[in-house]
Design a protein around this ligand. Structure first.
Ligand code: HAS
Ligand code: CU
Length: 541
């Protein structure tokens, strides 16, 4: 790996970390608001609860994730293939396109001219620069896909008979899946939101926009999750002192994500009118289907961890778990992320159930769910990755392992308090995305729990401060050289056991398109043919 590639990764990760910092800061403001402390009158940059919430959502779930992934995945793919990116110039151009897009979107966002939440549902209407900027970020991710595909093709020419190395295979699947999935948001931006915000068309349509948004909005969660899975499969088993249980099973899981991630966005729209109930049910069943590759992952990763713990002297049915190398903050972060993700996954099943969804939709329950998934499974895993990646990129050892361990456990405990409380408040009917301190309908039983939202949020903020402190001190105060990057795991059952069909792209991508056409085709065609764009925009903030 050349230094230039490391610099590219460093550039993406640096932007990601700045975004995460902004997201963490606005996050604690919101948690404090729920527990009765309205900080907004004294935060000149953040105008209101809703301004804060939009910044928090966009910075954390859109910017932190996307930029980290665009730095981390090519880093792993090029190492796994043992060759540099096919087009290094394009890779840098990609970075600048994405950064330019981000800055363009950030101007109205910071200026309170795009307070539309990270879902930017119309008829809420943001400044055009917000939509154009985000679109440029998406275009950048397509360029990453292109570069990865060309790199793989060059590798394939030299290794015609070999199986694609696991980490490279997973990186390619992740970006292939995302590129298909992002067509929905691209259509929403280009056909609806951008011309509308520029005044080229007079109105919009909330339902069609939401359908296009969730076409991308559900699979985007797997775009965030799969890079974490890459680490859990390709690196964590060795970090735990063991071997990956099954490489073919890991590949199968990723292919299932490629095929199944997209055609199920209606599980975010069960309560939307204008979509036939039968299609909603189809999407519900497909959601249960995409649950399966995560179950495969659960089985495979636990078995791999167990192999590591047993190699370290672990015994018993469950007691081996304690024998994992818990002193390694990178490993500890990721195993704790997995533990909480188990509950996030179970909650996902409840959300996906057609009738149970009616109890939890638009309540604080969903906020609890998304903090266990993107806020922990993904974010805590990425933090764990940062504990070896940032030292490698900086050429200096992590400043303090003990501080890192304290950080990781603080996140774990803070998140248990925070997300458990939100789940419970959601079941009591407390709405999400609402400035609770200003609501006239706060119930006495919510009041008992609301301080815990603030306490959990404060712990999470403390944890992020410890995280950033450690990274900054690594950059400025650490003197020891960086240890080696974790090597890829060996597998108990290796790539040779995987059926060759798993290494082919066309059948799976074709199958993905067929399923999408079935699940979305009729509804999209009907809406496109019958929807007048006549809803005026609103600015409610
Ligand atoms: Fe979700 C809403 C359903 C996964 C993120 N989800 C959201 C929103 C976000 C989000 C951000 O069906 C809110 C969007 C908004 O603003 O409106 N979700 C699911 C289902 C899954 C799922 C079925 N979600 C995720 C992931 C996310 C994410 C992953 C981010 C990264 N979600 C929904 C639904 C809604 C929803 C509805 C709409 C609700 C509504 O009404 O608005 C599944 O993919 C989950 C599968 C996960 C598992 C867990 C496997 C566990 C593993 C760990 C292994 C553990 C180990 C530790 C090794 C099956 C792999 C050892 C452990 C031992 C116990 C020994
Ligand atoms: Cu979803």
């Amino acid at each position: 790996m050349t230094r230039s590639e490391d610099r590219l990764t460093a550039a993406f990760v640096a932007v990601a970390l700045v975004a995460l910092f902004g997201g963490a800061l606005t996050g604690v403001f919101q948690a404090l608001e729920h527990s009765g402390l309205n900080v907004y009158p004294s935060t000149p940059l953040v105008k209101s609860y809703y301004h804060s919430l939009t910044l928090h959502g966009v910075l954390n779930v859109l910017v932190w994730t996307t930029f980290f992934i665009c730095g981390f995945v090519p880093f792993l793919v090029t190492r796994a293939l043992g060759r540099p990116l096919a087009l290094p110039g394009l890779a840098w151009l990609t970075f600048w396109v994405m950064l330019g897009g981000l800055v363009l979107a950030a101007i109205p966002l910071l200026g309170n001219a795009a307070t539309v939440m990270f879902t930017f549902y119309p008829p809420l209407k943001a400044h055009w620069a917000f939509y154009v900027g985000l679109t440029l970020v998406v275009v950048g991710t397509w360029l990453v896909t292109l570069n990865l595909a060309l790199t793989w093709r060059a590798w394939r020419r030299q290794h015609p008979a070999e199986r694609t190395p696991l980490a490279a295979f997973m990186g390619l699947v992740t970006f292939a899946m995302w590129t298909i999935a992002s067509l929905g948001i691209a259509a929403e931006m280009l056909v609806m939101l951008i011309p509308w915000s520029l005044g080229l068309i007079g109105g919009t349509d909330p339902l069609l926009a939401r359908v296009l948004f969730w076409f991308t909005g559900h699979p985007i969660v797997y775009f965030w999750l799969l890079p974490a899975y890459m680490s859990w499969y390709a690196l964590v088993p060795r970090q735990a002192g063991g071997k990956l249980f099954s490489d073919p099973l890991a590949r199968t899981s990723f292919i299932l994500f490629l095929v199944l991630s997209t055609p199920l966005g209606f599980h975010h729209q069960y309560t939307d009118p204008g979509i036939h109930v039968g299609w909603k049910l189809v999407h519900a069943f497909l959601t249960f289907a995409v649950f399966f590759p995560s179950l495969l992952t659960f089985f495979n990763v636990v078995a791999s961890l167990e192999s590591g713990a047993r190699a370290r002297g672990g015994r018993g049915w469950v007691a081996w778990f304690a024998r994992l190398p818990w002193g390694d903050p990178s490993l500890a972060a990721q195993v704790l992320a997995m533990l909480l993700f188990t509950f996030g996954g179970i909650g996902g099943l409840i959300n996906a159930s057609y009738n149970l969804n009616l109890v939890v939709h638009n309540t604080a329950w969903i906020v609890g769910h998304l903090h266990l998934t993107v806020g922990t499974a993904v974010t805590l895993t990425f933090m764990g990755i940062c504990y070896w990646l940032v030292p490698h990129l900086a050429g200096r050892a992590l400043w303090s392992r003990r501080l890192a361990l304290a950080q990781v456990w603080t996140w774990f405990v803070g998140m248990i308090v925070f997300s458990n409380t939100l789940h419970r408040l959601g079941l009591m009917g407390m709405p999400r995305r609402t400035m609770i301190g200003a609501a006239a309908y706060v119930q006495p039983e919510w009041k008992v729990l609301l301080p815990l939202v603030g306490a959990g949020g404060a712990l999470l903020f403390l944890s992020s401060v410890l995280f950033f402190l450690n990274l900054v001190l690594t950059l400025v105060a650490s003197r020891a050289p960086a240890p080696a990057v974790p090597a890829f795991s060996e597998a108990l059952s290796g790539a040779d056991h995987a059926p060759a069909i798993l290494d082919r792209w066309r059948p799976w991508i074709a199958l993905a398109f067929v399923l999408i056409a079935i699940a979305y085709g009729p509804t999209l065609v009907r809406l496109a043919l019958t929807t007048p764009f006549n809803t005026p925009g609103l600015r409610v903030w």
